[in-house]
Design a protein around this ligand. Structure first.
Ligand code: UGA
Length: 443
């Protein structure tokens, strides 16, 4: 049966799941969010978003007040309360290999399936190795009391942290990976408003939908590493990668987005996705086709080492005892996410060489402290840069890029700054007497 306005469950209430659940309730659907973590469920149910995402707390409270959104740890409740179940749990990098760790997806799907005794659609949103939907179809049909009346679909999500609401409610495109007309129609009914607003829709088979996501993230990572590879060439020639990127960006075939040189990409998605993709491609016998992704990864990691080299250079080749202010910890601004954060990697490497490192980030302090207790932390920007021998910009928060170079200069012991994100006004810093250095730019 086709249901006009399907009831939904969203399993996994991290960045992806919480945003999806809240946005779907905002669009008018009845939604139950499910998580095994009682604390997350309790927080969300009481109107608190357990991570930093602009605009999301307000939207959560409105959705809760409307009565259309609730949260539970009970999978039987989810199975009974919804017709369409979105799987939004994490697929982190496995501990001992570059592959994706599928234990959370498998557990979520198995727990749900055990209670499915009538027709239902399970929709994967997590980023997964190609072939997962087929594997889960077999698993579900074995477990679910309703058997083949439970179908799988794949509907990858392209949201960026910091822009999660906008990317969910006004995405660039929707991708429906389906194996039947029924699944396609059910999914269409989950996105009526978006389709009416003419968001482009691409309907595919299951494998293509899985591939779209990793192919998109791999392309973005490649674009960033491409310009950072050019930065390495610039460093050897005295050319300026900032100007190079600008000149390239006016070619509309190339475009300027994701062409910003600097410290490179981090976060919970791009780094682990390219590694898992390369690994999966090898399993499928097409490793050579994406062998370049290993190079994309190494270029990216080399930028972190290069940043440390520049800081070391500024203190005459010896970091031992140098006071270094690290501005930023999150993997990018407008996020408190520190997963694979280039900023913290650089801070840690500087400390390993004996520097006295002080880190400050406007939002990611709690997460950073928990993950890297060995680093020192400041409560604010002023405290972070006080008496510093070198200031290093690692995450381009507005608070840092808006800072006045003259005022900042009065606080440090020496006016030396490394702009790891090409985010500062080099001329303004130089006129205020700073020695300004950036990756891929002449001294
Ligand atoms: C990324 C993708 O952009 C989303 O489309 C995708 O849905 C998401 O992963 C995911 O797989 O869930 P996100 O990780 O939130 O989103 O962050 P991005 O805005 O893509 O930034 C990734 C990293 O690249 C950041 O560390 C950023 O500083 C860096 N970056 C970005 C650059 O170094 N240069 C650029 O020009 C752009």
């Amino acid at each position: 049966p086709i249901i006009e306005q399907p009831r939904m469950s969203v399993i996994g209430t991290g960045y992806l799941g919480a945003t999806h659940a809240i946005c779907m309730a905002t669009l008018g659907y009845d939604v139950v969010g499910v998580d095994v973590d009682e604390n997350k469920v309790a927080a969300l149910q009481s109107g608190r978003v357990p991570f930093f995402e602009p605009g999301l707390p307000e939207l959560l409270r409105t959705a809760l007040d409307s009565g259309r959104l609730r949260f539970t740890t009970d999978f039987a409740d989810a199975a009974a309360s919804a017709d369409v179940h979105f799987i939004c749990v994490g697929t982190p990098q496995a501990k001992d290999s570059p592959a994706a760790d599928m234990q959370y997806v498998d557990a979520a799907v198995s727990r749900l399936a055990a209670h499915l005794d009538r027709p239902a659609l399970i929709v994967g949103k997590s980023t997964v190795p190609i072939g997962t939907a087929d594997r889960l179809t077999t698993l579900v049909q074995e477990i679910a009391p309703a058997g083949t009346a439970v179908q799988l679909a794949w509907n990858p999500e392209f949201l960026r942290e910091g822009y999660a609401i906008q990317d969910t409610l006004r995405p660039d495109r929707l991708v429906f990976g389906v194996s039947s007309d029924w699944a396609r129609e059910q999914l269409s009914r989950c996105y009526t408003a978006l389709l009416a607003a003419e968001v482009p829709l691409v309907v595919t088979d299951l494998a293509t939908a899985e591939l779209v996501k990793v192919a998109a993230n791999s392309f973005l990572a490649t674009k960033i590493s491409y310009i950072n590879a050019m930065a390495e060439v610039c460093e050897a020639t005295g050319a300026d990668v900032s100007l190079l990127a600008r000149a390239l960006s006016y070619d509309s075939r190339i475009g300027g987005r994701f062409l910003k040189p600097g410290l490179g990409f981090g976060g919970g998605c791009l780094p682990k996705d390219i590694r898992a993709f390369a690994y999966r491609a090898e399993e499928l016998g097409v490793g050579q086709a994406v062998a370049f992704l290993r190079e994309v990864d190494s270029i990216n990691v080399r930028r972190r080492h290069r940043t440390v080299d520049i800081v070391r250079d500024l203190v005459s080749g010896n970091l031992a005892g140098a006071r270094i202010a690290c501005l930023g910890a999150a993997f990018k601004p407008n996020s408190d996410d520190i997963r694979d954060a280039p900023a913290l990697d650089v801070a840690r490497m500087l400390q390993q060489e004996g520097a006295s490192v002080t880190v400050f980030d406007p939002e990611a302090m709690d997460n950073a402290r928990r993950a890297y207790p060995q680093l020192s932390y400041a409560d604010n920007l002023v405290e972070a840069v006080l008496d510093a021998d070198v200031v290093v910009l690692l995450t381009e928060w507005d608070e840092f890029t808006d800072a006045n170079p003259e005022i900042l200069g009065r606080l440090v012991s020496s006016r030396r700054i490394v702009d790891g994100r090409h985010a500062l006004n080099a001329d303004a810093y130089r006129s205020a007497g700073w020695e300004y250095r950036a990756l891929g730019r002449p001294e």
